[in-house]
Design a protein around this ligand. Sequence first.
Ligand code: BGC
Length: 427
Amino acid sequence: MTFAQDFFIGAATAAHQVEGNNIHSDYWAQEQMIHTDFLEPSGDATDHYNRYAEDIRLMAKAGLNAYRFSVEWARIEPEEGHFDEAEISHYMDVIRTCKENGIEPFVTLLHFTSPKWLISKGGWESDETPGYFARYTRFVMERLGKELRYVCTINEANMGVQVAAIAERYKKQMMAKMQAGQTDGTVQMGLNLEKMMANQEAAAKERMEIFGVSKTECFTSPRTPHGDEIVIKAHQAARAVIRETAPHIRTGLTLSLHDIQALPGGEEKAAKEWAEEFTHYLPAIADDDFLGVQNYTRTLMDASGSLPVPEGAELTQMDYEFYPEALEHVLRKVSKDFKGTLIVTENGIASSDDTRRTAFIESALSGVHACISDGLPVKGYFYWSLLDNFEWQKGYSMTFGLVAVDRSSQKRSPKPSLDFLGSYCGR
Ligand code: BGC
């Protein structure tokens, strides 16, 4: 099975996770904290900043025809209002290298990381942020816009809302444990509440020293409804700038979308979850050129809410259920309400067994193919991720990549799944 020639088959990365030494970013600062939540710092990452040409050639050799990557705001505007032309030329080189290799560049303007200065000014809960994001977008588009055809404004615009929901659930569980008399500080899961509270106070103090605020509102921090509006406004402001400066570009945002499945009794909860995750964004994105769909697994829900992974199910390194069928389900569900082009901007698994990755891709792509046969406007599929890389707070322990990286030598070793993915490309 192959896809039509104009269907994009690619891989995705994000600047902070692969480039290395993103020193002006909020994530870098948090990774260096004494009271950090990160397993390890990103450091040199996979040195993609210097090795991008080799990585792009690997994709081309395997037959991929598209590459989704992000440009890093913290590099381009390391201090407020100070824009770095050298960093923009770097990204121009990346774009040109893609094109020389027959690869369509898909650029994301914001993939979780922000400049540290933005967080000191209130970050993703501040009314000023959409204006700053629009100014940065203008700088990028005026320089790179003519070379691009596809731009994602914001990666997983709904992530902060999802994090807030998880944090809320977790807090409720803790309270219930304490009310049940488990006040000795230890609860199930080997957590130590007293130590956690003490750490939280110390971390707040440290954040005050580093960021000048005790509560950092990063892109992936638990988000309030006001913050959700800020993100939407930032997207719309960036979209307006793109349309003004580079009207030929097709633009949209991406959303993290679970295949939410209701068990009997769970219908109401499932509908509410889907509304939070997806439908409430519809008015904001109705005018976009495409929607980036990002899916990794399913969520089962009953009347009590989301359920643990079914017993006996195969788990990925992330402890997600291995369930590649989720992608097709999500595409079908989304297309009922969003009428524009759909692009799968992320889908993949973390696994040390590449044969499971290949099986996952095979099943996910057969689902995409079925959607297209039924007339859904799906125009591309990007596997997450090109390289084994920095999985945020989990550090380098998760291997999502089509290409393994030995970080002591930065040597790349393509896995069989890379060629397998390329074999679907219609050119
Ligand atoms: C994010 C990536 C992340 C991936 C795997 C997505 O939510 O966009 O940055 O690495 O999931 O967890």
